[in-house]
Design a protein around this ligand. Structure first.
Ligand code: PLP
Length: 451
């Protein structure tokens, strides 16, 4: 046992937490997580908690895989660091790049590494602008993204993201980044069918291109399924229409696969679930199952060739293709593939989870229970028929999240949506337990909302 109160006091004195309300955390004391195994976390009081969020949507392979620790230790002994700047390389970077080219769809065969998803998206901004410059069309600079999206916390990543609260802190977005609406049918579909609504939302891309002037748009970026914005699953009609527009209007399509990649939808990439053919995919999180910080951009060969032909790309991070992170990512990908973990999600775990998750829609406070692969959301509402929003947005979601944690389940809330994204290795029995805990927490959240 760790001395919880002492850790909490030191933490409050010296540690600034990302995305945390410091005053609320000081009042309650930060939760101290000390170890984990499979899908289970252990806190400093010895409680076991089912991690329904795979950390931050990243521990796809589950906690406690010795092989990954061994891969890291081996690589640290052999070559703990070397860079890939100035025409140098090392075996883990080579092997991981070749492996990613093999599993990525079509001719996405070149990888540029970063330390995180945010940095990878910053790379993408510079890369697509540099690409059009090299193509003799420097006026194609603007990037279209989506409202409510999360693409990272760097100046570039947060600008691509469409979160007003983030933009307000720091004067974002940076110039030449604009946002269109997301295809959130449940909340905004009105009397359109999902298919009609999906097409209408996709056509906002075309309308935005027309408004900006066709020759000024460099790229469109979106997640196959928007994760942190609330697991917004697009209607079937959405992605084909987006793809058509990008092709016809000659703009690059960036699929941010930071959450959807590495098995989350039951395929290596979310793009494969929807039949998207992106020019660039952003990767991070599940690439190493979070065991090491690593991200990157997988780039279509023809796009990479233009960049390469134009001379040196003045861009890179000290930890681009970090050898230890690359070795761990490679081992993670080996296990995900060889143990059939992703196939099992697609063929077994996801259908089982979807069926159980759907039962939560019978809860009086749940307006919709949606899921693809192993990522899902519940829409909390005081009035299902009217699809009404709660008066004080986010309060019931927060109370329900806190009840979940007290009951031994990590679920995240985005406003009044409850979000789930467990490790891909979750068993049927653990799914049953997750659903029980979720139902109980919804009951308690609802009771508190009424009180
Ligand atoms: N893109 C998406 C879709 C994400 O969900 C995230 C993180 O949650 C990022 C980018 C940023 O990645 P990182 O936190 O590794 O910088």
């Amino acid at each position: 046992h760790y001395p919880t109160a002492e850790l909490q006091a030191l933490d409050a004195a010296h540690h600034i937490h990302p995305f945390s309300d410091s005053a609320a955390m000081r009042a309650r004391g930060a939760r101290v997580i000390t170890q984990a195994d499979g899908v289970w976390l252990t806190d400093s009081e010895g409680n076991r908690i089912l991690d329904g969020m795979a950390g931050l949507w990243c521990v796809n392979i589950g906690y406690g895989r010795e092989e990954l620790a061994e891969a890291a230790a081996r690589q640290m002994r052999q070559l703990p660091f070397y860079n890939t700047f100035f025409m140098t390389t090392h075996p883990p970077a080579v092997a991981l790049s070749a492996k990613l080219a093999e599993i990525a769809p079509g001719d996405l065969n070149r990888v540029f590494y970063a330390g995180s998803g945010s940095e990878a998206n910053d790379t993408n901004i510079r890369l697509v602008r540099h690409y059009w410059h090299a193509m003799g069309k420097p006026e194609k600079r603007t990037i279209i993204a989506r409202k409510n999206a999360y693409h990272g916390s760097t100046m570039g990543g947060a600008s691509l993201g469409g979160m007003g609260a983030m933009h307000a802190q720091g004067g974002l977005p940076i110039p030449d980044i604009v946002h269109i609406d997301q295809p959130h049918w449940w909340a905004e579909g009105d009397d359109l069918s999902p298919e009609e609504f999906g097409r209408a939302r996709a056509r906002q891309l075309e309308e935005m291109i027309d408004r900006l002037g066709e020759g000024t748009v460099a790229a469109f970026i979106a997640e196959p399924i928007q994760g942190a914005g609330g697991v917004i699953i697009p209607p079937e009609s959405y992605w084909p229409e987006i793809s058509r527009i990008c092709r016809e209007r000659e703009i690059l399509l960036i699929a941010d696969e930071v959450i959807c990649g590495f098995g989350r939808t039951g395929h290596w990439f979310g793009s494969q679930h929807f039949g998207i053919d992106p020019d660039i995919m952003t990767i991070a999180k599940g690439l190493s199952s979070g065991y090491q910080p690593i991200g990157g951009s997988i780039i279509r060969e023809s796009v990479a060739e233009v960049i390469e032909a134009s001379g040196e790309f003045f861009h890179g991070y000290t930890y681009s293709s970090h050898p230890v992170a690359a070795a761990v990512a490679l081992e993670n990908i080996r296990i995900l593939g060889e143990e059939g973990i992703i196939d099992r999600v697609r063929e077994d775990t996801a259908p089982y989870m979807a069926q159980k998750w759907a039962t939560l829609a019978e809860h009086p406070m749940v307006g919709e229970a949606r899921m693809v692969g192993l990522m899902g959301a519940l829409e909390l509402t005081p009035d299902k028929a009217a699809r009404a929003a709660f008066a004080n947005e986010g309060t019931v979601g927060l109370m329900t999240r806190e009840r979940c944690f007290a009951n031994g389940l990590v679920m995240r809330h985005v406003g009044d949506k409850m979000i789930i994204s467990p490790p891909l290795v979750i068993t049927h029995e653990e799914i049953d337990r997750l659903i029980e805990l979720a139902w109980q927490s919804l009951d308690e959240g609802m009771a508190q909302a009424k009180a």
